[in-house]
Design a protein around this ligand. Structure first.
Ligand SMILES: Nc1nc2c(ncn2[C@@H]2O[C@H](COP(=O)(O)OP(=O)(O)O)[C@@H](O)[C@H]2O)c(=O)[nH]1
Ligand SMILES: [Mg+2]
Length: 255
């Protein structure tokens, strides 16, 4: 049982096929285990009926606080997650991928260390205990992931084995102000979140979680690896220019 108020954020891009079942599972989990949780779905400019699916499922759980946010143009998972976190009212916020590759029942592993005040940011990892991976990604994608993690370590100096798992939790009192200096909109945002949190003295913990590859990934190996490389360079540039030293100014993600 989780006692703190909690916000669960689900970024979703063209997820009409996978989202409905996932949201039901999350809302059932909230009903059973988390008395004070809200669910926030952020539709990242989807071209399909992601928004309608989210609204329909949320309406089936009227006793749970839900928000479905969205905007017209696709801006990337990083933007969508920031948008959700900025609207979160919980003391602790957790985001999860729309395909629930990490089952929602893994939530206490991340939330309890924050509730106990041991850590400020906790994040799921597929690299620390690979026996927890039940269904693997295709071989090529898995090797690609390894190369990307190596590149991330080299370029940022972060000591973690897997920064990219879509299951992360935050002590919002500590993390909320940092959102105002974040700049990365696509898949490099995970790295920026961890990099800035560490840089600003928060306590971080990488935690092994169960994980299943789910069909229907929209990641493109070539396009998204190139973007990731550029985003890592942006993080280095930002660090040099003192962007992450800035006293945060309230950031408003309007459109
Ligand atoms: N690919 C992609 N996913 C996005 C975007 N914006 C939000 N997401 C969400 O990011 C999460 C991870 O996407 P997925 O395609 O499952 O990535 P993978 O599991 O790493 O291959 C899902 O919840 C997506 O709906 C975007 O612009 N592109
Ligand atoms: Mg996925």
């Amino acid at each position: 049982m989780v006692d703190s108020s909690l916000s669960i954020i689900v970024p979703a891009y063209n997820e009409q096929a996978r989202l409905g079942a996932s949201l039901c599972r999350i809302l059932d989990y909230i009903t059973d285990y988390i008395p004070s949780a809200e669910l926030i779905v952020v539709d990242d400019g989807s071209l399909d009926s992601t928004m309608e699916v989210a609204e329909k499922v949320c309406a089936e759980f009227p006793r749970i606080q839900t928000k479905v946010l969205g905007y017209d143009k696709n801006r990337g998972k990083g933007y969508a997650v920031r948008k959700g976190l900025l609207k979160a009212s919980g003391d602790i916020a957790l985001f999860t991928d729309a395909d629930l590759s990490t089952p929602i029942s893994e939530l206490p592993k991340l939330v309890e260390p924050i509730e106990n005040r041991a850590y400020h940011v906790t994040f799921g990892s597929r690299a620390l205990d690979r026996t927890l991976i039940e269904t693997h990604q295709p071989w090529q994608r898995e090797q690609g992931g390894r190369v990307i993690n190596l590149m991330i370590r080299k370029m940022t100096g972060l000591p973690f084995s897997d920064t990219q798992c879509g299951f992360k939790a935050f002590d919002m009192k500590k993390f909320r102000p940092l959102l105002d200096v974040m700049t990365i909109n696509r898949f490099g945002f995970d790295v920026e979140f961890l990099f800035v949190a560490k840089y600003r003295g928060l306590r971080l913990k990488e935690i092994p979680v169960r994980w299943n590859n789910v069909e229907g990934s929209k990641v493109s190996a070539v396009r998204d690896t190139r973007r990731m490389f550029n985003e890592l360079r942006q993080i280095r540039r930002n660090t040099k220019r003192g962007v992450y030293d800035k006293k945060p100014e309230p950031q408003r993600l309007t459109k």
